[in-house]
Structures are given as structure tokens and as C-alpha cells.
Write a protein that binds this ligand. Sequence first.
Ligand SMILES: CC(C)(COP(=O)(O)OP(=O)(O)OC[C@H]1O[C@@H](n2cnc3c(N)ncnc32)[C@H](O)[C@@H]1OP(=O)(O)O)[C@@H](O)C(=O)NCCC(=O)NCCS
Length: 105
Amino acid sequence: MRVRRAGAGDLDALAALHAAAFQPGWSAADIAALDAVALIEDGAGLILVRTVSGEAEILTVGVRPELRGAGVGGRLVEAALESARADGAEAVFLEVAEDNLAARR
Ligand SMILES: CC(C)(COP(=O)(O)OP(=O)(O)OC[C@H]1O[C@@H](n2cnc3c(N)ncnc32)[C@H](O)[C@@H]1OP(=O)(O)O)[C@@H](O)C(=O)NCCC(=O)NCCS
């Protein structure tokens, strides 16, 4: 499986992926403090999802710019939905800018 659940040893890799997708990126400490489930496709992208009281929120999803449009984002979202469902989520939220077509798709 390409997408895997990240652990404490992956925090630097998660921060590097976040910084490649967003400016400013989140530090390893920022990511750890979110206390979210982190899923990673090594070298390609990350997604963070947190489930509370049956509602999950995707806190971030990002793919390296040079690897976009090849299905990584879709795989990350699918894995996050599966994880959230396993944690009891009945609804999942992702806040994105209205003009962020790639994220909305
Ligand atoms: C949003 C993002 C994670 C998508 O990742 P990705 O790997 O490019 O996504 P995929 O290749 O799996 O594509 C997913 C869907 O979006 C569509 N899509 C991808 N890029 C697109 C674009 N620029 N414009 C329109 N549609 C797009 C794909 O065609 C696909 O749709 P389909 O399943 O109907 O064919 C990536 O663009 C990204 O990192 N963006 C910057 C960070 C961001 O804005 N994150 C979201 C807010 S937290």
C-alpha cells in the first residue's frame, strides 16, 4: 500500500512535505501538536485528519507540486476517509478556498 499511517519518526518527513505544498509550512512540532492521524505517501504527499464525536476534519492535504495530478491526493483522501470511518466518523469536513478547484475535486 502506497499510503501508510505515519508515526512519530515521520514528523520531519511530514513537515518537509507540508512545506513543499504550502507556504509557510508547518514545523514537525506544529504537526505533532495537532494530535491528528497523519497519513503519508512517502516523498509525495500527506494528509492529517482528526475525528472528534463522530465528526472528522481534514486539517490539511498536500502533494508535492511536481507530483500533482497523478492521483496521490485522491489516494490520500480515500485513506483518510477509511481512517476516519474506523475512528467513528459519520461526516468529514475539509475547508478550502472557493477557487481551489484541485482541492474541491
Ligand atoms: C489539492 C491537492 C492535494 C490534490 O492532489 P493531487 O495529487 O493533484 O490530486 P489527484 O491527482 O488525486 O486529483 C484529484 C482530482 O482532482 C482533479 N484535479 C487535480 N488537479 C486539478 C486542477 N489543478 N484543476 C482541476 N482539477 C484538478 C483530478 O482530475 C482528480 O479528479 P478526478 O478524480 O475526477 O479525475 C494538490 O493539488 C495540492 O497539494 N494542492 C496545494 C495544497 C492545497 O491546496 N491543499 C488543499 C487545502 S488543505
